[in-house]
Design a binder for this molecule. Structure first.
Ligand code: UD1
Ligand code: UDP
Length: 374
């Protein structure tokens, strides 16, 4: 019998945790692997929310988050912290996901030790190193040396091949976010109490159309965030809508949003929701206004139109399918596009189609088989 392969999965932020927990569950249950988990703690509260709901206790927790952390200090601490764990664990392969500082540093620390890296959600490209920043460069760095590239879509796989990545190492697997979304939806079906915490807001806003909002991109700090806040304030002048906005814990986001939006009757600024409650928000909303990556993937899967408050997207599949629209961070444009969806039933109907270009809920199975082959 061959020895089980030792896999170290490294992550640190909310979206990485959401997109990797189904894979960790599968590796834990598969005797072909010894599965170890290292969290960097790049996020704290928002990471812990996911770990708890997914029932994952990491083997290593570097607890690196610092208030308002700078990219250089964060990256330096990640590189040395994850390196120490790699020296202790000596895994056969390291898994990272996406394009965060944790993913980039975890991959680099593995590369420095000549440990092969498997990259989940490989090949996303906006083509602009300033949007999203610093994610576009983070993912290009990982893509330049990963041994296995798990591309969510054919578009992402083609981007890697265009960068001369060995095609034999590129596999279209779908995005594990859809596996996560289906898992959490099934959990909520079994136990509705998991997502019942929004009921007070749902009662308060009964009869109004709900708009879900999230915003956190670093490249939008300053002017972009203020324009987004301005747009929200203007949309909220309508008496037929209510906005539910779980505010990201980044102080640069909270400062702007709290001072611009506090006190408006139909704008609920709330703490970050755990994953079941966010899935509930996706379920009850009429549309999503967001600059998030993951939300661009989840909302179309549930037939919810997404207005993407960014200049570019590395997820053109939703835009091509007509379920997502890039509206930038110009307040007038955001307000106009939002009002159009609210007032024009035909325009709304065209965007509100369940469409799933990002995955079929079986991405993890494909990834596990590829990892087993090595
Ligand atoms: C990070 C990722 C970004 C990802 C986003 C998902 C990088 C450079 N950025 O951005 O790619 O899209 O996460 O949300 O990797 N904070 C808390 N508690 C938390 C989380 C954050 O207090 O649970 C605060 C801290 O003050 C922290 C700050 O937010 O210093 C920024 O966190 P950081 O991870 O550096 O950047 P994000 O903007 O969250
Ligand atoms: N999400 C959540 N609670 C919230 C907001 C978002 O659980 O209050 C989830 C959402 O469902 C998605 C992920 O967090 O899966 C997206 O994370 P984020 O927007 O922070 O990062 P990005 O995807 O832009 O990297």
């Amino acid at each position: 019998m061959t020895e089980p392969r030792k896999i170290l999965t490294v992550f640190g932020t909310r979206p990485e945790a959401i997109k990797l927990f189904p894979l960790v569950h599968a590796l834990d249950a598969d005797p072909r692997f010894v599965s170890r988990v290292c969290v960097s703690g790049q996020h704290r509260g928002m990471l812990d929310q996911v770990l708890e709901i997914a029932g994952i206790t990491p083997h290593h927790d570097l607890d690196l988050m610092q208030p308002n952390q700078t990219l250089d200090l964060l990256t330096a601490n990640l590189l040395t912290g994850i390196g120490t764990v790699l020296d202790e664990e000596k895994p056969d392969i390291v898994i990272v996901q996406g394009d965060t500082a944790t993913a980039m540093s975890g991959a680099l620390a593995a590369y420095y030790r000549q440990i092969p890296v498997a990259h989940v959600e490989a090949g996303l490209r906006s083509g602009n190193i300033h949007h999203p920043w610093p994610e576009e460069v983070n993912r290009k760095i990982v893509g330049s040396f990963a041994a296995l590239h798990f591309a969510p879509t054919e578009t992402a796989a083609s981007a890697l091949r265009r960068e001369n990545v060995d095609p034999a190492t590129v596999h279209v697997t779908g995005n594990t976010v859809i596996d996560a979304l289906y898992w959490i939806t099934a959990q909520i079906r079994e136990n509705p109490a998991l997502a019942s915490g929004l009921s007070e807001l749902e009662e308060r806003f009964a009869g109004k159309r709900i708009i879900g909002v999230t915003s956190h991109r670093r490249e939008n700090f300053g002017g972009g965030m203020e324009a987004i806040a301005d747009a929200i304030r203007r949309i909220a002048t309508r008496d037929d809508v209510a906005m539910i906005f779980p505010v990201h814990l980044n102080p640069n986001v909270r400062k702007v949003m709290n001072s611009a939006l506090e006190g408006l009757d139909n704008v609920a600024l709330i703490e970050p929701l755990d994953y079941p409650h966010f899935a509930r928000l996706l379920d009850i909303c009429t549309l999503m206004l967001t600059d998030s990556g993951g939300v661009q993937e989840e909302a179309p899967a549930l037939g919810k139109p997404v207005l993407v408050m960014r200049e570019t997207t590395e997820r053109p599949e939703g835009v091509e399918a007509g379920t997502a629209k890039l509206v930038g961070t110009d307040a007038d444009r955001i307000v106009t596009e939002c009002n159009r969806l609210l007032d024009d039933a035909e325009a709304y109907g065209e965007m509100a189609r369940a469409h799933n270009p990002f995955g079929d809920g079986h991405s993890v199975e494909r990834i596990v088989e590829l990892l087993a082959k090595g």
